[in-house]
Design a protein around this ligand. Structure first.
Ligand SMILES: Nc1ncnc2c1ncn2[C@@H]1O[C@H](COP(=O)(O)OP(=O)(O)OP(=O)(O)O)[C@@H](O)[C@H]1O
Length: 270
């Protein structure tokens, strides 16, 4: 199914889009179809969450949209650029220049200060950050008095804020966050979600976040639900309770499938 995200984007602007996106791991009888002909549009200037049971394809979808993984079939665009079919070198440059990443493990370099970590991707690319934008990011994230600290001198929440600033520093078209609150206590997690929300509302950024946490998803504008490699549902203006209820329905379907095992003399895989 295609998502309503684009219909609500200002001017219909789409930050990323996929058509017929299929990803298979392995081949022959042992092949796993991680994504099964997915059509999706990520609206610019919005906060989109991706949820679904374990193994439903969330990370694979994010990696394919971000050009971190190749696709088996279908097409993916970042803005107006089709990334499927790009050469490795062009893809690397496109990721570096146009996409920001936040992962559960913050991936900060221990020997560098917070400030150096924040600008590292741009330094590697030989690009200068826009000083006004960088100041705004640092102040929005409350990192001004932590810039000379090394990661070991920062709390988990502060480290994740540095990772968030690093993702924002180049003012990317799209930020992908994979379980950005997964390693944080609930207070620090809330803080990071607040900053991602602020990045969208105050800085006009576009965020796609994979999460297992209905409370985290409730900070988004739109939740896409994946099951068995397909987008099976979406929810505008989600609340934690509504997301939790929707997730429980996946468990019910799963239990029915398990209960149904053997009814017809065959066993079904979960
Ligand atoms: N490198 C790989 N090789 C083989 N199979 C893979 C590989 N990566 C993912 N898969 C399979 O693809 C399917 C989707 O995996 P994916 O990691 O995208 O799911 P997910 O929804 O992110 O799961 P989780 O919530 O557990 O992180 C799973 O069945 C998984 O086992």
């Amino acid at each position: 199914m295609s998502t309503p995200a684009a219909q609500h984007a200002p001017g219909g602007a789409v930050a990323a889009r996929a058509r017929g996106l299929t990803k298979a791991y392995g081949s022959g009888e042992t092949a796993v179809i991680a994504l099964d002909s997915v059509d999706v549009e990520i609206a610019r200037g919005r906060f989109t969450a991706v949820m679904g049971p374990s193994g439903s394809g969330k990370s694979t979808l994010m990696h394919c949209l971000a050009g971190l993984d190749t696709v088996s079939a279908g097409q993916v665009w970042l803005g107006d650029t089709e990334i499927t079919g790009l050469r490795d070198r062009d893809l690397t440059r496109l990721r570096r220049d146009r996409v920001g990443f936040m992962f559960q493990s913050f991936n900060l370099i221990p020997t560098l200060t917070a400030a150096e970590n924040i600008t590292l991707p741009m330094d590697i690319a030989g690009r200068r950050p826009d000083p006004r934008w960088l100041d705004q990011v640092i102040d929005t994230l409350g990192l001004r008095d932590r810039l000379t600290h090394r990661p070991a001198q920062l709390s988990g929440g502060q480290q994740q804020r540095v990772a968030c600033a690093r993702a924002l520093a180049s003012r990317p078209e799209l930020i992908f966050a994979d379980e950005p609150t997964g390693n944080l206590d609930s207070r620090a997690g809330l803080e990071v979600l607040g900053f991602l929300r602020g990045a969208v509302d105050d800085l006009g950024q576009t965020v796609v976040m994979v999460t297992h946490d209905p409370g985290a998803a409730a900070h988004s504008d739109l939740v896409l639900f994946l099951a068995d490699g397909r987008i099976v549902d979406d929810m505008e203006r989600p609340t934690a309770d509504a997301v939790l209820d929707r997730m429980k329905r996946f468990d019910v379907v799963r239990e029915r499938l398990v209960e149904g095992d053997g009814d017809d003399g065959t066993t079904r895989e979960d």
